[in-house]
Write a protein that binds this ligand. Structure first.
Ligand code: CA
Length: 220
């Protein structure tokens, strides 16, 4: 199994959580794994902090006072900010999970979570948001173009925002046309070596594939 990516001090994680005990726990584990952290307690402060600190990843609690996590994610995305977002959800909060992914979140963690799971998820999101190939390259399939260096998707020449996970799924499907994939194969493609650690369930694959389809179809 490949080694997980080495955490880098440049990788700032913004933790948005109003419960101090949970925020402290998240910060403790992230710092132990080598990440820099910044904590905000409410949604409005979180939106400002993303602009001010440009974190590599945002860990976003859904249950926040005032503007909740879903509204924060929606505000970021509608402002064209595609910083990877990892939601913190309450146990068995299925509606929130689906809504979160449809909002352009990259993943979610259900409370209570293990430190190992938390760090693995953050590392997986970071790995997925890196350029696939440093040498600029375009993948093309019909009207769809994937800019691998910039991780941008163009449909008929117009940019369509994709999350890191959606981008990896799309490029995987485009580079292997005509093949039918099982859900575990797609999990492996988009989640890589971390698939087993970060296995959020095959339903996650369904949701992401549906999102990719919807984004491609919306523009036609
Ligand atoms: Ca909360």
């Amino acid at each position: 199994m490949a080694q997980p990516p080495t955490p880098d001090r440049r990788h700032l994680v913004l933790v948005v959580e109003d419960e101090p005990a949970i925020a402290d726990l998240v910060v403790l584990h992230l710092q132990h794994a080598g990440f820099a952290t910044h904590v905000e307690r409410d949604g409005a402060a979180a939106v400002e902090a993303v602009a001010r600190h440009t974190p590599a990843v945002v860990i976003l609690d859904i249950g926040l006072p005032g503007q909740d996590g879903i509204e924060v994610c929606r505000a970021l995305r509608s402002a064209g900010d595609w910083t990877p977002v990892l939601f913190l959800t309450a146990r068995d909060d299925h509606v929130d999970r689906v809504v979160g992914l449809e909002l352009g979140a990259d993943d979610y963690i259900t409370k209570p979570f293990s430190p190992r799971e938390l760090v693995a998820r953050v590392q997986a999101v970071l790995r997925r948001s890196r350029p696939l190939h440093p040498d600029a390259e375009l993948l093309r399939s019909g009207a769809v173009e994937c800019d691998l260096a910039g991780r941008r998707v163009l449909v008929d020449g117009a940019e369509v925002p994709f999350t890191a996970t959606e981008f990896d799924l799309l490029t995987h499907l485009i580079t292997t046309p005509g093949r039918v994939f099982t859900r575990p194969q797609l999990l492996q493609a988009a989640w890589g070596e971390d698939a087993l650690l970060t296995l959020a369930g095959e339903r996650t694959v369904d949701v992401h594939v549906a999102q990719v389809r919807a984004k491609l179809a919306l523009t036609r």
